[in-house]
Design a protein around this ligand. Structure first.
Ligand code: GRF
Length: 201
């Protein structure tokens, strides 16, 4: 199964995927796409994985960026797209082309704390438990059907970075496991629910 990973940040999730996608792991990362210069490019290159950058600011408008990103990803003929800290909302062209095969990871237990500041929002709210969500991307922001979740306890002395790091530790494992499951058994999603069949009878 051919996977294109989209990243924007430190790329630690990408690094976990690169480390896992070897041997008989049922998926291979065929390319990495970024929307800005970021560490993810270096991780891709050091693993001999082609990386491409489609930066919003280099396009006249969002539609042009959406089309360019769709074409850049399509060129790699992916079966699955994984958004691993890609901090842009995917556009209608992209969703039209790849919808239903885009997986995102979010550092909170959706539907709690959607958006780009999930970890500080959870801390500010004072929750005792937050966590990681892996979900299918739909046209909303962090609203797609949930594939997997795992709780992470918030500690008394947590700050954003300590909590986010603990969540990322869970995310890295959860994302690797979900991609392997989807790659081997697919996803059945109808509306709100998405199910990875437990096995193919
Ligand atoms: C992850 O926590 C992901 O859920 C969020 O951004 C973070 C990316 O981390 N969207 P990294 O750039 O892979 O280290």
């Amino acid at each position: 199964v051919r996977v294109v990973v989209l990243a924007s940040g430190t790329g630690s999730l990408l690094q976990s995927l690169i480390a896992a996608a070897v041997g008989d792991y049922p998926a291979r990362i065929v390319a990495v796409g970024v929307d800005r210069d970021c560490a993810a490019v270096a991780h891709a290159e050091s693993a001999d994985i082609p990386a491409f950058r489609v930066a919003l600011r280099e396009y006249p408008d969002r539609d042009a960026w959406d089309r360019a990103l769709t074409a850049a990803v399509d060129a790699h003929q992916p079966d699955l797209i994984v958004s691993a800290g890609f901090m842009k909302i995917l556009g209608p062209e992209f969703m039209g082309r790849f919808g239903g095969r885009i997986i995102n990871t979010h550092p909170a237990l959706l539907p709690s704390f959607p958006g780009a500041h999930a970890v500080p929002d959870a801390l500010a709210y004072g929750v005792k438990v937050t966590g990681s969500t892996v979900h299918l991307v739909d046209s909303g922001v962090d609203t797609g059907p949930v594939l997997a979740q795992e709780p992470v306890v918030v500690l008394e002395d947590d700050d954003e970075s300590s909590l986010h790091e603990r969540i990322k530790t869970v995310e890295r494992r959860l994302l690797v496991d979900v991609i392997a499951a989807v790659a081997t058994r697919g996803v059945v999603s109808d509306g709100r629910k998405a199910v990875i069949p437990s096995d193919r009878t």
